[in-house]
Design a protein around this ligand. Structure first.
Ligand SMILES: Nc1nc2c(c(=O)[nH]1)N[C@H]1C(S)=C(S)[C@@H](COP(=O)(O)OP(=O)(O)OC[C@H]3O[C@@H](n4cnc5c(N)ncnc54)[C@H](O)[C@@H]3O)O[C@H]1N2
Ligand code: MOO
Length: 400
């Protein structure tokens, strides 16, 4: 059996970022930057008012006993620079309006009295008050995000604001899903004795859809060596990553490892010291890359959260491939596995004193999924021939 560390070293060695492409900014959600993204404009792009009020020259306030003369012009948002404002004059301005030449300070309208076309201030002002200066926040050409960062809604908005129109990102992997097992009955079909409803196909399709993968195919594989070889070959030819479920253990009908090897894939590991998911198989070669996940649905769910997410992040060029482990406290004692790291499904909540508490759930066996209604985190319990005590600090990740 290989260790978890071996597996992650193997991913680091064999999973390379896919080619890059340029995409329009609105289509880049969830993609990973392949090059730094630079601002195309200053931010603010021009000197403007932060308030609804009056633009004036601070120096004119020294001789403003009779107030300031209000000009007819209005500096509304979206309007050009306007004309020069003479000393002793002021101009009506709104939030986002361009400061007219000759002005440097904004009097917010709450402190201003307008009496017969002259304005009077009821409170003192500071030079530059109420003004957002051009390039105060960002200068054109400044790097706003680095290669390897994920483009989420907030970052896309920040880049859009700085005039960025297209982004260099890594290609998103195309995925071929192969769900194996003669006993597995696809959605909507009646069961005969000995058969089971398909959980893995439903899980995989939903999991990839949730994460914005659009080029995903799903096929069912009979327990037949020739059909297994053919479908894997087709998957390798059409996708960047083939994921199989089932057929990777030591039973007479577990054909995946042999088929993958016959197609020229080099096995990097088979059988990991983890629970669930022990018979996980990973290999690659000129033909492509394959992750063979054991068929038990609990093992598939766990391997997606721990292994598949990592392989995908590497293929997409993320600088910090997940999982990113956090620290929390076990809410209840639990016996660990002496030989294998256990991925424990837990319910996580934060106590009133701010402690992250991780409560182990029942039904942890790898053929069980019923606790997923309450699961919102996975705890990593490294192999130990003891009971992990209540209150012990452990690693965990949130799951959505
Ligand atoms: N002698 C040994 N037997 C087993 C070992 C072992 O080390 N020695 N390992 C066990 C472990 S751990 C696991 S995990 C399983 C994995 O076996 P396979 O990957 O070959 O998976 P299958 O046998 O095809 O299926 C396992 C189980 O899951 C059910 N299944 C499969 N696909 C689906 C699906 N799409 N939807 C719902 N349920 C599915 C299947 O009917 C089996 O019950 O091997 C152990 N055996
Ligand atoms: O490794 Mo298996 O998924 O424990 O039953």
């Amino acid at each position: 059996m290989h260790s978890i560390e071996d597996a992650f070293l193997s991913y680091a060695t064999h999973c390379r970022p896919l080619a890059t492409e340029s995409v329009p900014l609105p289509a880049a959600l969830g993609r990973v930057l392949a090059a730094p993204a630079q601002a195309r404009t200053d931010l603010p792009a021009f000197t403007q008012s932060a308030l609804d009020g009056y633009a004036l020259a601070y120096a004119s306030l020294a001789q403003a006993d009779q107030g300031l003369q209000l000009d007819a012009a209005v500096a509304a948002a979206g309007v050009g620079p306007g004309t020069q404002v003479a000393p002793g004059h002021a101009v009506r301005i709104f939030t986002g309006g361009m400061l007219p030449p000759g002005t440097d300070t904004i009097a917010r309208q709450e402190i201003v009295r307008n009496e017969a076309g002259r304005i009077h201030l009821d409170a003192p002002l500071r030079l530059g008050e109420g003004v957002r200066r051009q390039a105060d926040e960002v200068k054109a050409g400044q790097t706003l995000a680095q290669a390897g960062q994920v483009l989420d809604a907030g970052l896309l908005a920040a880049l859009a604001m700085a005039g960025v129109t297209s982004l260099e990102v890594h290609r998103k992997p195309r995925i071929a899903l192969l769900v194996s097992g003669d006993e597995v009955v696809p959605f909507g079909q009646a069961l005969r004795p000995g058969q089971v409803h398909d959980a893995n196909g439903a899980l995989l399709q939903a999991w990839f859809a949730e994460r914005g993968y659009h080029e995903v195919s799903l096929e069912y594989l009979p327990d037949d060596p020739e059909a297994t070889r053919q479908r894997i070959a087709a998957g390798l030819a059409s996708a960047d990553l083939v994921i199989t479920t089932g057929g990777v253990s030591v039973g007479d009908k577990d054909y995946i490892p042999a088929a993958a090897e016959a197609l020229g894939l080099q096995p990097h590991f088979w059988k990991l010291a983890q629970k669930p998911g022990k018979p996980l198989w990973f290999g690659s070669g000129d033909a492509g890359m394959l992750l063979g996940i054991p068929g038990n649905p609990g093992a598939v769910w766990t391997c997606l959260a721990i292994h598949v997410v990592h392989v995908l992040d590497r293929m997409e060029g993320r600088s910090r491939p997940r999982p990113c482990w956090l620290h929390g406290t076990l809410a209840q004692a639990i016996r660990a596995d002496a030989q294998r790291t256990q991925w424990l499904r837990v319910h996580q909540h934060v106590s009133s004193s701010g402690q992250v508490l991780l409560g182990p759930l029942p039904a942890q066996e790898s053929h069980m999924l019923s606790n997923l209604a309450s699961t919102n985190a996975i705890v990593r319990l490294p192999p130990r021939d003891i009971i992990y005590a209540q209150g012990e600090v452990v690693d965990w990740i949130p799951v959505d």
